[in-house]
Design a protein around this ligand. Structure first.
Ligand SMILES: [Zn+2]
Length: 294
């Protein structure tokens, strides 16, 4: 073998080692929301940060969203919302899957529990994010319950035996909400999303049927929705960019330090669910490599 061939072979081998190494270090996250647009608002900024670092994120909507409109419904709306979700997925840099369950009619039944177990296993998830089980919308509540019910079963080989169980139980997290009873949300982890807030809003705006039609209609302000693209983005930004509460500020200071934590304007926060693996601080930093970097 001459020197040129030897160098090519050497670079091929080191390239392969790099790929194997990168795959071993890749963090795999699945966000499971009730409707096509829930994952986006709850964890979209963090998902962008993971994706930009080469980690794999999947959004799942457990229902097809076919009740979320005042003029459309059924199959036509489900089809429209599927297309919106696919576009949002591209803008976030994540995979997006929409399950074909009716909106507003979700129940925590055995079939759907098995579907969720399968999805978490097939994604080989390190982290699973969902709603908390006390929430105003029954679909959010039952999605949370379905994921909780899957939290242990994903490692049990005799449950859904056709899909191999996970070797390591993932970390299960709840996304933030403002409900107080029976217990308020507790931010164990807070991620600064200032650098990607514009991309998050742009990606969310793919759900046109929601942000520019249905949600304004429910708030009696359909006539306030602007026509041109720039003004429409501003319309969503004003309502959905979120702020930083005192409690979340404290969590940001914990993960980013006094100086950088106080500067953060936009954040997404997560609470650790007791049913999956319980991560220590070192593992949280491994799973959330964006923490401390802003
Ligand atoms: Zn929802």
């Amino acid at each position: 073998m001459n020197m040129k061939k030897f160098i090519i072979l050497l670079s091929l081998i080191s390239g392969m080692i790099f790929i194997v190494h990168a795959q071993q270090d890749q963090i795999r996250v699945i966000v499971i929301g009730a409707h096509p647009d829930d994952c986006d608002g709850d964890a979209g900024g963090t998902a962008i940060l993971w994706a930009k670092m080469g980690h794999a994120v999947k959004f799942v909507s457990v229902t097809n969203g076919d009740a979320g409109h005042h003029e459309m419904g059924g199959g036509a709306l489900a089809k429209r919302r599927m297309a919106e979700a696919m576009e949002a997925g591209k803008r976030f840099g994540v995979e997006y899957e929409v399950l074909d369950n009716h909106d507003g009619e979700l129940t925590p039944d055995l079939k759907t529990r098995k579907d969720i177990i399968k999805l978490i296993r097939e994604w080989n998830a390190d982290v699973v994010i969902t709603h908390r089980p006390n929430d105003y919308h029954p679909d959010h509540r039952y999605t949370a319950m379905l994921v909780q019910d899957a939290a242990y079963m994903v490692i049990v080989p005799n449950i859904v035996p056709e899909t191999p169980p996970l070797k390591v139980n993932p970390v299960f997290l709840y996304s933030q909400d403002n409900f107080k009873k029976p217990n308020p949300f507790h931010p164990d982890i807070a991620v600064a999303i200032d650098d990607v807030i514009d991309q998050k809003i742009y990606a969310m705006s793919a759900h046109e049927s929601q942000y520019f039609e249905w949600l304004p209609w429910t708030m009696g302000m359909l006539d306030k929705v602007p026509e041109d693209d720039k003004a429409r983005l501003e319309f969503i930004t004003q309502r959905y960019r979120g702020g930083v509460s005192d409690e979340i500020k404290e969590t940001l200071i914990k993960w980013y330090g006094d100086k950088n934590g106080l500067k953060v304007q936009y954040a997404e926060a997560f609470e650790i669910c007791e049913f999956g693996r319980r991560p220590d601080e070192i593992e949280i930093l491994r799973l959330f490599p964006m923490l401390g970097k802003n």
